[in-house]
Design a protein around this ligand. Structure first.
Ligand code: SIN
Length: 327
């Protein structure tokens, strides 16, 4: 009897998984996004046993050049693909440098229970020991698993399944680059064998109050990184340059200098929405200034995504504060 394979679409957006260089020993200076995803698949005939695949090259960028407008376009395309009855799951290939932000962006906006899995590579396709093909194989295996439904957007790298909310790039070049700190992985995948061990703790996808249809454009939201003696006037420069929101990457549990406090107060008086995260990479933040929104345990870069999308959807402080706790 013929087994029915799931129908999975791969949406490629560039990155090291599609990176090429002249030398097989070029692990660092290659061109990201140079290859089309078909070239990655050519190294992987076994992947066709897992699913009936369709592929689309959405763009071929190095993800350091990604921006919110590109993420929005990619999210709209993902939404169209997922709405089709003949698609069971979506795999997105992307550059790892900003993959965690793209993953969280999708996690907040996509209204689907179908599996959505992001993957990439730390070594380019042309290098010895490239991790791209096996990461793509594992991502398709995770997407093909019914257990992946309703877990929010997933990120698969180096045999590990992570939640889009917690996943972060923790190493600049090694294969075990991604982790999720004290939250741990959602599961593992080895040569296509999938084992889940956890559910994401926060609301996502179908459960968020953020909708693509409410977004015309994305307001600029900047990150201000605390360091001892940092020039607080740069906060005012951000506002003068048009920031609608600012995320402070504070010390410790969200603290900042008196000089920064003074500038933050001025921003709040100007109606700029300010949130505080921590530069510590673990633990949660509290607000040390009335009107400053604590972003729970989100990293500054993910707090920026949530604040940007909430502002784009016309949300007010009272809702945004709740979203920081729930999403
Ligand atoms: C990129 O983010 O596009 C380059 C780095 C990578 O994919 O690992």
């Amino acid at each position: 009897m013929m087994s029915i394979k799931p129908k999975i679409q791969i949406l490629a957006s560039g990155g090291t998984i599609a990176g090429l260089a002249d030398s097989k020993l070029d692990f660092l200076g290659y061109t990201a996004g140079a290859a089309r995803v078909e070239e990655v698949l050519a190294a992987l005939p076994e992947i066709n046993d897992l699913a009936d695949l369709q592929v689309e090259n959405f763009c071929q960028v190095a993800s350091e050049n990604a921006n919110p407008a590109l993420w929005l376009g990619l999210t709209k395309r993902a939404n169209e693909i997922l709405s089709a009855d003949n698609v069971d799951a979506l795999v997105i290939t992307a550059g790892t440098d900003t993959m965690e932000e793209l993953a969280y962006f999708l996690n907040l906006l996509l209204k689907t229970s179908k599996p959505v899995v992001l993957t990439g590579a730390m070594r380019p396709l042309s290098a010895y020991g490239t991790d791209g093909p096996v990461n793509l194989y594992n991502a398709v295996a995770v997407a093909a698993t019914p257990e992946s439904q309703r877990r929010g957007v997933l990120l698969v790298m180096n045999d590990t399944i992570l939640s889009a909310r917690q996943a972060t790039k923790q190493d600049s070049f090694r294969l075990h680059s991604f982790g999720s700190g004290e939250f741990g992985p959602l599961g593992y995948v080895v040569a296509g064998q999938v084992r889940f061990v956890a559910w994401p703790g926060q609301q996502h996808t179908l459960d968020t109050e953020l909708y693509l249809t409410d977004i015309d454009n994305l307001p600029p939201v900047e990150i201000f990184y605390m360091a001892a003696g940092v020039d607080a006037r740069l906060l005012t420069a951000m506002a003068d340059l048009g920031a609608a929101g600012v995320v402070l990457a504070g010390f410790g549990n969200g603290t900042f200098s008196d000089a920064v406090k003074e500038q933050l107060q001025k921003l709040l008086e100007r109606g700029i929405i300010c949130a505080v995260a921590s530069r510590t990479q673990s633990g949660f933040t509290v607000s040390h200034l009335p009107g400053l929104l604590p972003s729970a345990d989100l990293s500054p870069q993910k707090a920026r995504i949530l604040l940007m999308l909430a502002l784009a959807c016309g949300k007010k402080n009272i809702d945004i504060e709740r979203y920081f706790r729930l999403y």
